[in-house]
Write a protein that binds this ligand. Structure first.
Ligand code: AMP
Ligand code: FE
Ligand code: FE
Ligand code: ZN
Length: 290
């Protein structure tokens, strides 16, 4: 079994269509794949068709943009009911705010990169109404020869500490956990402490414990511990938390396609037992088993 529960298509900031992703997943021997585009369920219908074509089990998901005490937190929602109106209304609001944030970002960048325009950013999009993000600015800057690729953009002008930065537009993390539950879904924190893990000397504090246990009390179901951006210190501590509170633990690639991010399909995996726990807890939508 090769179970990969985190991937992105052209409906958000992935470089490949849903059709291409499932083609590559089949070639990579992936048995089970979740599509988890940022703040949208637009790719699910196509994913069901493509997964069936290749004999791959499909897990519907979303990666919801949230903020917890000023820290950007990505929250994976598995098997929510996509027809639940409050869920779609909130996702639509986040997508609008994503667009506004990118417009402000482009305004900031234009002080230095005069050829960059919002039209150039929109020209990189292959889907209508998709979730805009920094990667699309990166693609536009690459098309205008302002940077070589996404990596160079993120290491330079799009870095969080560069002067152009505009904070991301998400909902409160606790609100997201509750919304996922109300949608019949299961909430798993994506790549927990990824940003902090970049520090060589990460030290776990009482504040970390307070923040994380508060979310667990509010109903957070688990952590994506096995992800390339979760460092060893975070991983060891989170593994302890998972055992203490009997939570779900997942592993995934966070695939964004060739040229999207270096992450390759199936580079991290989830145990079948954990997928079964997600299925057992969810009431919103179903896994499409191959
Ligand atoms: P945003 O959501 O607009 O703040 O942008 C963050 C997104 O950019 C994440 O979801 C990642 O998919 C993507 N990302 C972060 N770092 C990189 C990178 N170095 N290269 C390509 N994409 C990246
Ligand atoms: Fe992304
Ligand atoms: Fe993420
Ligand atoms: Zn992701």
């Amino acid at each position: 079994m090769k179970i990969d529960l985190h991937s992105h298509s052209t409906h958000s900031d992935g470089k490949e269509s849903v059709e291409q992703i499932f083609q590559y997943a089949a070639e990579a021997g992936i048995t089970t794949l979740a599509l988890t585009d940022h703040d949208t369920t637009a790719g699910w219908a196509e994913a069901r068709v493509e997964a069936a074509k290749h004999g791959i089990t499909f897990v519907p998901g979303i990666e919801i943009t949230t903020n917890h005490h000023g820290v950007s937190v990505h929250m994976l929602a598995y098997l929510p009911d996509a027809s639940y109106e409050p869920l779609q209304r909130t996702l639509a609001e986040i997508r609008v705010n994503r667009g506004t944030r990118i417009e402000r970002y482009v305004e900031n960048l234009r002080e230095h990169y005069k050829t960059l325009t919002m039209d150039a950013v929109r020209a990189t999009l292959m889907e209508e109404g998709k979730s805009l993000g920094r990667p699309h600015i990166a693609d536009a800057m690459a098309a205008l020869n302002l940077v070589a690729d996404r990596d160079e953009a993120f290491a330079g002008p799009l870095d969080k500490d560069a002067k152009f930065f505009v904070p991301s537009a998400g909902i409160d993390t606790v609100e997201a956990v509750k919304l996922i539950k109300a949608s019949g879904g299961v909430s798993i924190m994506a790549h927990p402490m990824a940003r902090e893990s970049k520090k060589k000397d990460l030290v776990i504090t009482e504040q970390h414990r307070e923040n994380f246990t508060a979310l667990i009390r509010e109903g957070l179901d688990g952590f994506e511990v096995n992800h390339r951006e979760v460092g060893n210190v975070a991983r060891a501590w989170l593994t302890g938390l998972v055992e203490e509170f009997d939570l779900i633990v997942t592993g995934s690639s966070d695939y964004h396609g060739m040229g999207g991010k270096p992450n390759r399909l199936g580079e991290r995996k989830t145990d079948l037992e954990m997928l079964k726990r997600i299925e057992a807890q969810a009431t919103g939508s179903a896994i499409q088993w191959a």
